[in-house]
Design a protein around this ligand. Structure first.
Ligand SMILES: [Mn+2]
Length: 459
């Protein structure tokens, strides 16, 4: 049928609806997806309500209302179409906007999904934006939030910037005036809020010897090697975004030399950043990746609707609540990372793992795992197991690796899904990051079974 046809069929179906229920996922991409779509639908004068779920599974299907509204599943649904069938949802009641692998079922639900067309770097929010733009090309102001979703789902990571249709969305935002592209910038996180030396020391892609994980090393490089002031005249820390183009070039040049002399490749040193000039400086809303973290924080504390209202312009009470969640989010992730490093992981031949029990909310375990990995042996993917507060029968498993290992052929999604299914559970995700739920009875020997699958991937 072709991707553009899918986009236009889905947009027609939505425009014809009397009322719509948007069912979305509680991560940054899911929240951004919902915010984009809900605004586009409301602008047509159609009644729209939203439901967020942690994931689509038999137990969460009850949150989908039993009414005559068109059910628009976004950032989920493609891989759970059997659940929609089991629920008795008919073909004409459902639309799926997704970027996950689709499941074959008897009911031919209408779906738009870039994956079969090779658009691997287009998230659900990006896809939802294309549908919204098709609904009305006035909706290009929503490109900004779609970019947050794309970046939040790591779509910019592999190529150090968005590509393909997702890059086209950035350009819509530039034309609309609420996105600025900064090309050839440093591949780092926290450009609008982190003091410069922390920004550099937290960056681990690429890992720069003496700088990554070393704030005082970074401070020394900035002040002494580059001769750049860390503070502004008013005594406040400068952030990456404050630097002049010359200062940026100087720092990137010195970092490149450091990498070069350590025999490390420099090709991932530069990346593209997406700045939002309509947002206040020094706030997490100022660039796409920090904005995405704020949305993730809202999701992790199970308040996705607050994130969504921020996306729709709330800079009052909702925004303040999101700020609190963001701070809390960062604190708990740091505590979890420290716990992993202090407790130590068990190393197998092809992975390293740790069971954190019920010490941390299951919703942040994956992120904490990713951060800990940057301080561990990066060649071995990390697996964290934890208990679920609301389900004593299950264990959550989160795995993370890095871009380098993915390029070397590692696929966590395939490995974890296979092992989880054999253990009577289920899993999904991406090559670089995957998660699964398995029965508690299958806990013993699970890490070993994933290890065996990963061993085969690398042989
Ligand atoms: Mn997504």
């Amino acid at each position: 049928m072709g991707f553009a046809n899918e986009v236009s069929e889905v947009s027609e179906k939505i425009k014809d609806a009397e009322s719509v229920t948007v069912i979305s996922h509680i991560d940054a991409d899911g929240i951004a997806s919902e915010a984009v779509l809900r605004q586009a639908i409301a602008r047509c004068g159609i009644d729209v309500t939203s439901v967020f779920v942690r994931q689509l599974e038999p137990i969460t299907m009850k949150y989908i209302p039993d009414n005559s509204s068109l059910k628009v599943f976004i950032d989920l649904g493609a891989g759970q179409q059997n659940l929609l069938e089991e629920r008795g949802l008919r073909e004409n009641e459902v639309v799926i906007i997704d970027h996950h692998v689709s499941q074959d079922v008897d009911t031919p639900y209408l779906q738009v999904n870039g994956l079969p067309y090779g658009y691997e770097k287009l998230s659900a929010a990006g896809t939802g934006y294309l549908v919204s733009k098709q609904i009305d090309d006035y909706n290009t102001d929503l490109a900004k939030i779609a970019v947050v979703g794309n970046v939040g789902d790591m779509m910019a990571r592999e190529h150090c910037g968005l590509v393909g249709p997702a890059r086209g969305i950035v350009e819509d935002g530039v034309e609309c005036g609420n996105i600025e592209i900064v090309t050839d910038d440093l591949n780092c996180y926290g450009i609008s809020t982190r003091p410069l030396h922390y920004c550099l020391s937290f960056s681990d892609d690429p890992f720069v010897p003496g700088i990554t994980n070393n704030p005082s090393g970074a401070q020394d490089l900035i002040e002494n090697d580059a001769g750049i002031d860390l503070k502004k005249r008013n005594g406040k820390w400068r952030v990456w975004e404050d630097l002049s183009p010359e200062e940026k070039r100087t720092l990137i040049g010195i970092l490149a030399l450091r990498l070069h002399s350590a025999g490390e490749p420099t090709k991932r040193l530069k990346a593209e950043h997406y700045i939002f000039p309509d947002e206040m400086k020094y706030t997490p809303l100022r660039n796409a990746s920090e904005y995405a973290t704020m949305l993730n924080a809202c999701g992790r504390w199970v308040k996705p609707k607050i994130g969504s209202s921020v996306c729709c312009g709330d800079r009052g009470e909702g925004y303040r609540e999101a700020e609190v969640m963001l701070r809390h989010h960062r604190t708990v992730i740091r505590e979890m990372m420290e716990y992993i490093l202090e407790t130590g992981v068990t190393e197998l031949s092809a992975l390293q793992y740790l069971h954190v029990g019920d010490r941390f909310p299951d919703t942040i375990v994956g992120i904490g795992a990713g951060m800990a990995l940057s301080k561990l042996n990066w060649k071995l993917p990390i697996m964290i197991l934890c208990y679920l507060p609301d389900d004593p029968e299950l264990i959550k498993v989160s795995m993370r690796t890095n871009e380098r290992m993915v390029q070397a052929g590692m696929d966590l999604q395939a490995a974890l899904m296979k092992a989880a299914e054999a253990a009577g559970g289920g899993g999904g995700g991406h090559k670089i990051a995957a998660g699964a739920y398995i029965p508690r009875s299958a806990e013993e020997g699970f890490a070993e079974s994933v290890n065996r699958i990963l061993e085969k991937q690398s042989s």
